[in-house]
Design a protein around this ligand. Structure first.
Ligand SMILES: C[S@@+](CC[C@H](N)C(=O)[O-])C[C@H]1O[C@@H](n2cnc3c(N)ncnc32)[C@H](O)[C@@H]1O
Ligand code: SF4
Ligand code: SF4
Length: 367
């Protein structure tokens, strides 16, 4: 475990370091996205109560093996900076994921895998860990029953997850792999008392960084829309728990805590707060969905009217440089969302940072 070694630079102002892309963006020139998120499949082995991506009525899809694997070549050819396997389901359910990760490594693409970790078995660990830049484990709890409740899964998935993480971190140490590893811990209505133990468990497992926060339960989530737990709990109790958790920080292990009741957590826009042309982040971060369509952002998963084009018909570069992308970008940036479509926006921080570049402070020349 070492935040200093494995996560060094994570807190630097990454958006502002995209100097070439920022220059081209400001001068209306073409540039490839810095980051592409791939959703290998929308099938999942869990049904997390908060999951924004989980849709009962949506048909299950998986990218064809060759489209998934070859997309890594296409992204490298297009000059994309990094790839995130994440999306609307559990990436490890896709049987060609190890081949895709191997291909990405052959093309020197830095890759992040976001996973609930339950399927990260010994065989998969041996196939993929050596190639990863970053492993992000979603939502750990120290209590098997609370874990099962949060993830809508049988309790034995907790034991499997913990065993997988133990071996994953041991392999990293033994074989000197460089990937950083983080986990999230989400506050829910009934787990405030176990938050400290959950973060401690992550530290004991050798994870570098834990983000303690809470999910936004939207109208798309299995739980339905509901208030954030931190707003329903006594603030003194939250602060007491927070203080205990922060005491776990040392030079090898870092924790960040953000709750809606006490902090500003950036989220996507709604109809009332919508600003036309604000969502400039979609030019720097884009998505490949499990149906092969390339989409601008999380609001659009599976919504073909916002597709830039399909990898089953065109290459990524042709799609990215095509006229359709320009049309769709204009359309989405001028269309306020309905209801919760934008609540869980993965690029809201990026949008916020880019708007600071456009509307720069009057202090800009006083360095
Ligand atoms: C949709 S999941 C897909 C990848 C994988 N199945 C996993 O859970 O990591 C991607 C990320 O979205 C987060 N997520 C899903 N619904 C959310 C919500 N309503 N609010 C905040 N984060 C959410 C999950 O915690 C996870 O980190
Ligand atoms: S958050 Fe991830 S693991 Fe949970 S239901 Fe959604 S896709 Fe599956
Ligand atoms: S989800 Fe897309 S349209 Fe909505 S706020 Fe985020 S970037 Fe903008």
């Amino acid at each position: 475990m070492s935040y200093k070694i494995h996560m060094a630079g994570r807190d630097d102002p990454r958006t502002l370091l995209q100097i070439d892309r920022l220059y081209k963006w400001q001068h209306g020139k073409e540039f490839s996205p810095a980051t592409v998120e791939i959703s290998p499949t929308n099938a999942c082995n869990q049904k997390c109560s908060y999951c924004y991506a989980w849709r009962e009525s949506t048909a299950r899809h998986a990218l064809c093996d060759d489209i998934l694997v070859n997309s890594l070549d296409q992204l490298a050819d297009a000059g994309v900076g990094g790839v995130i396997f994440q999306g609307t389901g559990e990436p490890l359910l896709h049987k060609a994921l190890p081949s895709a990760i191997r291909r990405g490594a052959e093309r020197s693409l830095p890759m992040q895998l976001s996973t609930n970790g339950v399927l990260l078995s010994g065989k998969l660990q041996d196939e993929i860990l050596q190639h990863l830049f970053y492993l992000r484990i979603s939502v750990v709890d120290s209590d098997p029953a609370l874990y099962a409740e949060q993830h809508g899964c049988p309790e034995n998935q907790w034991q499997t997850l913990v065993a997988n993480l133990e071996r994953t971190m041991a392999i990293r140490a033994q074989r000197g792999f460089s990937f950083g590893c983080s986990a999230t811990v989400y506050l829910s209505d009934n787990n405030l008392g176990s938050l400290y133990e959950s973060v401690k468990l992550c530290k004991e497992l050798g994870i570098d960084f834990v983000y303690v926060t809470e999910a936004l339960h939207t109208s798309y989530s299995p739980s339905g829309k509901k208030d954030q737990s931190s707003k329903l709990l006594p603030i003194e109790q939250i602060e007491q728990e927070t203080g205990k958790i922060l005491s776990l920080i040392d030079e090898n292990f870092f924790v960040k805590i953000k709750f809606q009741a006490t902090d500003e957590i950036l989220a996507g826009r709604n109809k009332e707060s919508w600003v036309d042309n604000y969502c400039q982040g979609i030019k720097f971060y884009t998505l490949i969905d499990c149906d092969g369509e390339v989409y601008p952002c999380w609001r659009c998963w599976g919504d073909k009217k916002y597709s830039f084009g399909s990898l089953y018909e065109k290459s990524f570069t042709d799609i990215w440089q095509g006229e359709k992308r320009k049309e769709i970008e204009k359309l989405i940036m001028a269309t306020p969302p309905d209801g919760d479509q934008c609540s869980v926006c993965t690029i809201c921080l990026l949008n916020n940072m880019l708007s600071k570049v456009t509307n720069s402070t009057k202090w800009v020349n006083f360095l």
